[in-house]
Design a protein around this ligand. Structure first.
Ligand code: APR
Length: 310
């Protein structure tokens, strides 16, 4: 029997995640939303593509939490997205209420699942899920670093005119303007990007990466990114369910790693069947470490705000 993945919030990001998981065909996918008929309609639509895609995942949509006790992974994308000119932090109050109600529902039925949080402000919402669920830190993981890193990789590939798959790069830190892209470690077919591009071009790409979510929000005008977020979530789910042990940047609760404690921030982790099984510690330069700590302190302030509201 295939593992079951529940996705709460069947909007843009939730549906794209479901579609990507369906395409990969290794798990059953159940979409949950408060809007009646919508998750049912989207999952039926995706099911209609199975014969053409030669795949057979079970896809289902529902408005309640029936069956969630069997979920191996639960992805939470429910919440409001940004509008042009808004910061992710401005979503905090609204999305905090939504996150709280969802975690309460999950806790009633499932205390074994691995939670992947996508709702913004990402690191703060992941903290909320961690705190309210009482799950150990390995099982509450935020999706942001993979998205920020793939954006950096895409911009580098576009600038260099090379195959996207040959560009490797990592972005740490919180999901927002204080993220910490690390171009020094970016490579193209094994060659450091710093050998191929002048520093000012790299700096411009780093800046564009920091603002990439906002660039999409201003173009879309009615919501935020969902294609790249959806596929980013899907590779996390795949690494967990197949126990692939991929090394990917995710938002996790640090307990002394990188000299940071009690805060969610993006760092490389090994993703396997137990969740974020290990934090991988890189040797950062002093300026990079300072940027990571600044990012963590920003999240800590949001966590304090949340503590006062829970
Ligand atoms: N339970 C289940 N679903 C909910 C709940 C709830 N309590 N509250 C809201 N939703 C659903 C909405 O009905 C909607 O279908 O969450 C969905 C959100 O979808 P979109 O509005 O399309 O937003 P999306 O672009 O998917 O972004 C969702 O992810 O990237 C972040 O910043 C983004 O916080 C936002 C979240």
């Amino acid at each position: 029997m295939k593992e079951k993945v529940y996705i709460i919030g069947a909007g843009h990001v939730g549906a794209e995640t479901a579609n990507e998981l369906a395409r990969k065909d290794f798990c059953d996918v159940i979409l949950i939303d408060i809007v009646e008929g919508m998750p049912q309609g989207k999952s039926l639509d995706m099911t209609h593509a199975n014969p053409i895609r030669y795949i057979s995942p079970n896809l289902r949509g529902q408005n309640d939490y029936n069956g969630i006790e069997d979920a191996k992974v639960i992805v939470i994308t429910a919440g409001v997205p940004r509008k042009p000119g808004m910061s992710r932090e401005e979503l905090l109050d609204t999305n905090l209420k939504i996150m709280k109600s969802i975690i309460e529902e999950i806790k009633k039925k499932n205390d074994k699942a691995i939670l992947i949080i996508v709702t913004n402000p990402l690191d703060a919402m992941t903290y909320t899920a961690y705190k309210l669920s009482g799950f150990e830190r390995e099982r509450v993981i935020g999706m942001a670093g993979i998205l920020d890193s793939t954006r950096l990789r895409a911009f580098l590939a576009m600038e260099l005119g090379v195959a996207y798959e040959d560009v490797s790069a990592i972005t740490l830190g919180s999901h927002g303007d204080l993220m910490v892209p690390l171009p020094k470690y970016a490579t193209v077919g094994g060659i450091p990007v710093t050998h191929l591009l002048p520093q000012e071009k790299i700096d411009a790409i780093v800046q564009r990466t920091r603002k990439a979510g906002g660039e999409i929000v201003s173009l879309l005008k009615t919501g935020s990114a969902y294609y790249a977020p959806g596929v980013s979530v899907a590779i996390m789910v795949e690494s967990i369910i197949k126990d692939k042990k991929r090394v990917l940047p995710c938002s996790v609760y640090l307990k002394g790693e990188y000299g940071i404690s009690d805060v969610f921030v993006g760092v490389p982790v090994i993703l396997g069947e137990k969740g974020a099984e290990k934090v991988v510690e890189m040797k950062l330069e002093p300026d990079e470490m300072e940027a990571l700590k600044k990012s963590a302190e920003h999240v800590r302030k949001l966590q304090e705000q949340i503590d006062s509201k829970l």
